[in-house]
Design a protein around this ligand. Structure first.
Ligand code: XIL
Length: 593
């Protein structure tokens, strides 16, 4: 076992608070009450993530489960008087082709996290650990979650597994832990686990007895600590009965409770205000993700300030909300819905039936059982969000990408688990089930590449005509408008013609996911502007939506690249500064006219 480096110097408490201030945390010494005298001023701090801040009690420690801290929006966990029940969600990131399987354990994004300076100690009571692997994860940096990979950043995962303490250290250079070490043996069913930071070392103790130390190798990578928990699949879960934190000599800890959900009022020249101010109001949308929403104030302000329609980028996809056959969890989708409601935004929900982003168990369901799985999924998920979302992408990307699937006698449909089990009628069944589950939601068919003429568009239009003839309750079509390949561009006349073809069938249209290759920012702006213009000028175009807020969290970041290599396809850059595309869309929406 590596030995712990000796702590260099022990900073004073004042120095620790000063370094919190340097780390971007505002430190304010509370003034004495009028009249003077009284107790020594207790320091208060505010955090860069936003939220209410309380210094932890350096003597007795601070109880993180009680004291009004919010554990009720923590996926897989149920808060009660005896602590937190952690059930196994078994969430995994499965790739489009069904490979992969990176664990995607939940983080309490809306609950308390810590701002720390110097050394501190966390004590957790884990109960019933022999029923399952019990995992508590301490994140210095939150993972960035995509639907095909999870960018794992710095954290320590503490597991009690088969009576041993298993410590996994993630160092932000890869998806897997940098190392895993086990300590002890024969640990009891109920374990009081203490982890403390001493300079560059982490020390682990059970029931007060030190088991060992490991170098922290930047485990926290920041001054923050966020909490996550998970239980091994197949077990009965476990209970977190207590969680306390206290600063150690010379250190300081503040508890930060949940970011505010309501942002300031949008400005008059924001995209959303321009869209709303048109003679025929036009929604302006963006895909959004729950982790940056919880942690990044600039992201939150931009989302609420500029957009009136929110589309969950991944958080409502099947592998997130329905990770195991009988396990649903809507926590993160609910967070997005709550944020939208607090900021006067509509939710365009995404997506019920798709050939990708499926949990492995769905892919492995034999063909004969798939119709029931699909219908149950729709009833449960659309039922859960009923009344809270305005629209659904019921079927996403039904069309094939294989040339050979188009042409005479071919339906052009993508061959995925649903199509293989039910043929084209999977689409009819899905829309009818969605209508039954949420009669007031507008139901959309969403597809990419519809902006171009050719055999694929012809096949799509023919499909939509058949659906309408069969009385399938489709209300509209989403044009994804991913303009990714350099040199690709949308012709406004073609887009307008396609909108017209669908209007003749009585269908609404929307731009659902536009993002444009950005090596030439002026050309990028031109494409964003043209597409927005066509949408704004088409009576049946209900909203103009982009696939993300800015390049800081864009979906075209290089997969599996550590550190994250962001893409450049969105309207705001990695610093969330507007690119020329913003002005182009504002013009299209009639700014200054
Ligand atoms: C994308 C997400 O944005 C990424 O995070 C994920 O890794 C892959 O899927 N069309 C769709 C969306 O309908 O669901 C896709 O979302 C982008 C293409």
């Amino acid at each position: 076992m590596p030995s712990a480096p000796a702590p260099a110097t022990v900073p004073s408490r004042a120095a620790a608070l000063a370094s919190l201030a340097l780390a971007g945390v505002l430190v304010i010494a509370a003034c004495d009450a009028p009249g003077g005298g009284g107790a020594a001023p207790s320091p208060t701090v505010t955090a860069p993530t936003g939220g209410a801040v309380t210094p932890a009690d350096p003597v007795g420690g601070t109880d993180l489960l009680g004291g009004g801290h919010d554990w009720s929006h923590f996926a897989g966990a149920t808060a009660g008087p005896d602590g937190l029940r952690i059930r196994p969600l078994g969430r995994m990131i499965v790739r489009q082709d069904g490979s992969g399987g990176q664990p995607n354990p939940p983080v309490n994004l809306r609950g308390p996290h810590l701002e720390t300076s110097g050394d501190f100690e966390l004590t957790a009571d884990l109960r019933g650990t022999s029923h399952a692997g019990a995992y508590l994860q301490l994140y210095g940096e939150l993972p960035v979650v995509y639907d095909e990979w999870r960018q794992e950043r710095r954290s320590v995962r503490l597991g009690v597994v088969d009576g041993r303490l298993e410590v996994a250290l993630f160092d932000g250079t890869k998806a897997d832990p940098a190392f895993v070490r086990t300590f002890g043996s024969g640990l009891p069913d109920d374990v009081t686990l203490t982890v403390s930071r001493h300079g560059d070392a982490l020390r682990f103790a059970v029931g007060g007895g030190v088991l060992g130390e490991l170098p922290a190798v930047g485990a926290f990578g920041s001054t923050q600590v966020w909490f996550g928990a998970d239980a091994a699949v197949g077990g009965q879960g476990w209970r977190l009965a207590a969680l306390r934190v206290r600063p150690l000599e010379g250190g300081a800890v503040a508890v930060v409770d949940g970011a505010p959900s309501a942002e300031q009022r949008p400005e008059a020249d924001s995209l959303r205000a321009l869209g709303a101010g048109r003679p025929r109001p036009l929604g302006v949308g963006a895909a959004a993700a729950s982790a940056p929403l919880a942690t990044d104030q600039a992201y939150r302000s931009l989302l609420a300030g500029q957009f009136s329609v929110l589309t969950p980028e991944n958080d409502m996809k099947p592998q997130f909300v329905h990770p195991q056959k009988d396990v649903y969890d809507f926590t993160e989708g609910d967070s997005l819905v709550d944020f939208a409601a607090a900021n006067g935004m509509q939710v365009h929900a995404h997506t019920l039936v798709f050939g990708e982003a499926l949990p492995r168990w769905m892919r492995e369901t034999p063909a004969g059982g798939r119709e029931k799985v699909m219908l149950d999924h729709i009833a449960e998920v659309a039922g859960h969000f009923k009344g809270k979302v305005a629209e659904w992408d019921v079927v996403n990307e039904p069309m094939s990408v294989e040339e050979g699937d188009y042409g005479p006698g071919r339906d052009g449909l993508r061959r995925h688990v649903w199509q293989q089990a039910m043929g084209e009628r999977y689409i009819d069944k899905a829309f009818r089930a969605a209508r039954a589950a949420d009669p007031d939601a507008k139901l959309y068919l969403n597809e990419f590449g519809l902006e171009e003429d050719g055999a694929r568009w012809d096949a799509f239009l023919a499909l939509v005509k058949r659906l309408k003839q069969r009385g399938v309750p489709v209300d509209g079509v989403g044009f994804q408008s991913h303009i990714h390949a350099s040199g690709d561009h949308v012709k406004p006349e073609t887009l307008a013609d396609h909108f017209k073809d669908l209007a003749e069938l009585g269908l609404a249209v929307r731009i659902s996911e536009i993002d444009v290759h950005g090596e030439d920012r002026q050309a990028q702006a031109g494409q964003f502007g043209l597409v927005a213009e066509v949408c704004a000028q088409t009576p049946g175009c209900t909203s103009f939506g982009t696939w993300g807020v800015g390049d800081r969290y864009g979906s075209t970041a290089a997969h599996d690249s550590y550190p994250l290599a962001p893409g450049d396809e969105l309207m705001w850059d990695t610093e969330l500064r507007p690119k020329p595309a913003v002005a182009a869309v504002r013009d299209a929406l009639g700014a200054g006219r």
